[in-house]
Design a protein around this ligand. Structure first.
Ligand code: ATP
Length: 367
């Protein structure tokens, strides 16, 4: 087992015209399970491939434990990578696929190799499949074999590149638990890349969010969810997405009125709230962020509620999503027994402590 340290990592393609990873620094302690998430093209796979030694960094350093592995060949790094497309050898049996890495990278004898493969196969529940070829297996079974092949080597680091993306939703949930169970059992430092923010949130001890090759934020899932550092993170993490409204702040009775720039929206921040801020926000424009689950219907109109029209009601079983007419996309996630008709007028409110105010220029959370 080992920690991983990444210092100012950079990867350019096409003579520098594409910057896939830009000045990325991370410290991953021994035994941690980190998920890396971000939209397509943000540099997740490139980062993982540099850690595995499959891609050469343009600049920066990678350490596994105390060892600088930046220029060390993939086969000499003690890491095992699991790929989305399984990367099994089609002409080899499951046993041979699992044994291959041991043959190549260790001087272990055949008896010990067989024992290791059998143990890993038992752990993954695939003992019955050892003499099958990959094309005789289902997607889920193939991924179990790929995981078995990774654990058989007992590496210092596991790297997962969207390993569940080709599986159906139900199997994905089962395999998530399986991977977490393995990681708990072995305690191996693991980096798991996914574009699915829900997967990243549920699996990671810590989540790393990338956009455009750059680190946006890293922290425990709950911390990132509750305190996004910028508008990108606020919008990317959470489903349905955080609502954003352009507002103008004006001083009012010791507090601040936030007025919608594009629609009929008004909300009053109390004087206590405003006094707790470390800057005077009156006179400025912001992007207000509020999560759909924090918006609730109320019967008592006040300066902390707003009246709007329900455009569409979207039932999702346990909750209803109300799509509202406030000049920009805006959703309230309410209990399933709140069932207004499309076109109904509704009074809604939220707690001022759930508000985020982002700078419209930089996207940074200013509070
Ligand atoms: P996805 O979720 O779609 O797999 P990603 O976050 O893993 O995306 P990367 O595959 O790391 O993103 O790609 C980051 C950027 O680098 C993208 O702009 C991509 O087009 C570019 N890129 C990746 N590999 C190469 C390559 N071999 N040659 C040129 N550009 C590349």
């Amino acid at each position: 087992m080992a920690s991983i340290t990444v210092e100012n990592l950079r990867k350019e393609y096409d003579a520098g015209s594409i910057v896939a990873v830009d000045d990325l620094s991370l410290e991953i302690p021994d035994g941690e399970f980190v998920t890396v998430v971000g939209p397509s093209g943000c540099g997740k796979t490139t980062t993982l491939r540099m850690l595995a030694g499959l891609e050469r960094a343009t600049d920066g350093k990678i350490y596994i434990g105390d060892e600088d592995v930046t220029d060390i060949h993939a086969k000499n790094r003690d890491v095992a990578m699991v790929f989305q497309n399984y990367a099994l050898y089609p002409h080899k049996t499951v046993f041979e696929n699992m044994e291959f890495g041991l043959r190549m990278s260790t001087d272990m004898g055949p008896d010990e190799r067989r024992e290791r493969v059998r143990d890993a196969a038992e752990m993954m529940g695939i003992e019955e499949l050892l003499s099958d070829k990959p094309d005789e297996l289902s997607g889920g079974q193939k991924q179990r074999v790929a995981l078995g092949r990774a654990i058989v080597r007992e590496p210092e680091v596991f790297l997962f590149d969207e390993p569940l993306s080709n599986l159906d939703a139900k199997l994905r949930t089962t395999m998530r638990t399986e991977i977490q169970r393995l990681q708990n059992q072995f305690g191996v430092t693991s980096i798991y890349v996914t574009h699915d923010q829900e997967e990243a949130m549920t699996m990671g001890d810590r989540i790393v969010i990338l956009n455009d090759g750059k680190l946006q934020q890293t922290g425990a899932p709950k911390e990132v969810y509750e305190n996004p550092v910028n508008e990108f993170v606020g919008g990317f993490i959470g489903s349905p997405s955080m609502n954003f409204l352009e507002v103008e702040a004006t001083a009012s009775g010791g507090g601040i009125d936030l007025t919608g720039v594009n629609g009929n929206f008004q909300y009053h921040l109390s004087s206590e709230y405003v006094q707790g801020l470390d800057q005077d926000i009156s006179g400025s424009r912001f992007t207000l962020g509020i999560r759909p689950e924090n918006v609730y219907p109320t019967n008592a109109a006040s300066n902390k509620s707003f009246t709007t029209t329900v455009e569409v009601i979207e039932p999702v079983g346990s909750d209803n999503y109300l799509h509202l007419d406030v000049g920009e996309d805006f959703i309230a996630r309410v209990d399933a027994d709140v069932e207004p008709e499309d076109g109904d007028s509704i009074e809604l409110s939220f707690d001022e402590h759930h508000i985020h105010l982002f700078s419209p220029d930089t996207g940074v959370d200013v509070l």
